[in-house]
Write a protein that binds this ligand. Structure first.
Ligand SMILES: NC(=O)c1ccc[n+]([C@@H]2O[C@H](COP(=O)([O-])OP(=O)(O)OC[C@H]3O[C@@H](n4cnc5c(N)ncnc54)[C@H](O)[C@@H]3O)[C@@H](O)[C@H]2O)c1
Length: 319
C-alpha cells in the first residue's frame, strides 16, 4: 500500500477467476477503471495463468498492476467481485446450486471482510439472490455495500430482444426484469417504454404489433437464455462481465446509475427479508437507494411468488 499522503491506486479484487471472473478481469483492464487487479482462486495456477496472460495485454491497454494473490490482498480494494463457485450444469436450475455454492461462501466471505471491512462486495455467483443474502449475513457489512448482479443480465437480454422486435437501439428501450435472477423473474411490461411512450403507443405510432404471444415469446427467451447458451457453449460470461463492468463504473466513478441489482428488500408489497432485484441507484457508497416501482396487480403477484421461491431457497442455506 502507498503511504497515506500518496493518492491510493484503485484496487479491484476478483475472487473466482473462471469464465466469468477472467472475462470480467479482461474487460476491467480494457475499461481503464482500476489501476490494480488482484486475482484470487482456489485453483492458484489458474489465477496465475490469467494474471500472466492479462499482464501481456498491458502494452495494448494501460498501466495496471495485475497479480495472483490471496485474501489479504483484498485489503484496501474499493470493490471485490465474487464469481467463485461451480457453474450451472446442463439441465440444472440455478437453485440446484445453492448447497454447493453455499458451502464455498462460508469459506470465502469472512476472509474477504476480515481483510477489507471498508469495501463493496459485488456478487455474481449463482444462485445470486440467495448468495447475496448469505454474503450480507456472513459479512456483517451494511446493506448498501453488498450488491448482487441480480437481473442486470436478464434486463439486458430483455432490452435486446425488445430492440429486435421494435427495430430500435437496445439503449433506447427502457424496461426492467425484477425479482429472482432465474425462473421466477418478472418482466415489468406496465412501465416499459421507448422515448417515454408505453409500448402499445409506440406500436401504434410505428404501425407495429406486440401481441400476447410476442410478449410471452420475448419473456421466455429472456428467462431461458442461460439454458440455451449453456446447451451450446457450456457457460455464459461475456454479457454478465459487461454488466459487471457497467456496475463497476457506476461504483468507482460515483455515477448514480440505475441498475436492477439484487439487494435486501424490506417492506415492499409485503415482501420482507429477502434479496431480489429492483432498480436501484448505484454510486460510490454502493446502493444509494432502491426504487420502489408502482407495479400492476399481476406484476405484484408475480413478484410476491418470486420472493416466496427465494425465501424457500434461503431456508435451505441454513444461515
Ligand atoms: N449472475 C449472473 O448473471 C451470472 C451469469 C453467468 C454465470 N454466473 C455464475 O458465475 C459463477 C461462475 O461461473 P463460471 O462460468 O466462471 O465458473 P467456472 O467454473 O469457470 O469458475 C469458477 C471458479 O471458481 C473457483 N472456485 C471454486 N471454489 C472456490 C473457492 N472456494 N475459493 C475460490 N475460488 C473458488 C474455481 O476454481 C473456478 O476457477 C457460477 O455460479 C455461474 O452460475 C452468474
Amino acid at each position: 500500500m502507498p503511504p497515506d499522503d500518496q493518492p491510493h491506486p484503485t484496487r479491484v479484487a476478483i475472487v473466482g477467476t473462471g469464465n466469468v471472473g477472467a472475462t470480467f478481469a479482461y474487460s476491467l483492464l480494457l475499461s481503464r477503471l482500476s489501476s490494480e487487479i488482484v486475482l484470487i482462486d482456489a485453483n492458484r495456477a489458474r489465477a496465475e495463468g490469467e494474471a500472466m496472460d492479462l499482464n501481456h495485454a498491458i502494452p495494448f491497454a494501460h498501466p495496471t498492476r495485475i497479480w495472483a494473490g490471496d485474501y489479504e490482498d483484498c485489503a484496501g480494494a474499493a470493490l471485490t467481485v465474487v464469481a467463485a463457485g461451480t457453474a450451472q450444469r446442463p439441465g440444472e436450475t440455478r437453485l440446484d446450486m445453492i448447497l454447493r455454492n453455499g458451502e464455498i461462501w462460508k469459506q470465502i466471505i469472512p476472509q474477504i471482510v476480515q481483510h477489507n471491512p471498508g469495501g463493496i462486495l459485488l456478487i455474481a455467483t449463482n444462485p445470486v439472490d440467495a448468495l447475496t443474502y448469505a454474503a450480507l449475513k456472513l459479512s456483517g457489512l451494511p446493506t448498501g455495500r453488498v450488491i448482487g448482479s441480480g437481473t442486470v443480465l436478464d434486463t439486458a437480454r430483455f432490452r435486446y430482444l425488445l430492440s429486435q422486435h421494435f427495430q430500435v437501439d437496445a439503449r433506447s428501450v427502457h424496461a426492467f426484469i425484477i425479482g429472482e435472477h432465474g425462473d421466477s423473474e418478472v418482466p415489468v411490461w406496465s412501465l416499459a417504454n421507448i422515448a417515454g411512450m408505453e409500448l402499445e403507443d409506440f406500436c401504434r405510432s410505428q404501425g407495429l404489433a406486440l401481441t400476447a404471444a410476442d410478449r410471452q415469446n420475448i419473456y421466455e427467451q429472456t428467462r431461458d437464455a442461460a439454458y440455451r447458451i449453456i446447451e451450446r457453449k457450456g457457460a455464459t460470461y461475456y454479457a454478465v462481465a459487461a454488466g459487471l463492468i457497467a456496475i463497476t463504473a457506476a461504483l468507482l466513478r460515483d455515477q448514480n446509475t440505475v441498475f436492477s441489482v439484487s439487494t435486501l428488500i424490506e417492506d415492499y408489497y409485503g415482501i420482507q427479508d429477502v434479496c431480489l432485484s429492483l432498480p436501484a441507484i448505484l454510486n460510490s457508497s454502493g446502493i444509494r437507494n432502491v426504487l420502489r416501482l408502482d407495479l400492476s396487480a399481476d406484476e405484484q403477484e408475480k413478484l410476491k411468488k418470486s420472493a416466496a421461491i427465494l425465501q424457500s431457497t434461503l431456508r435451505k442455506l441454513n444461515l
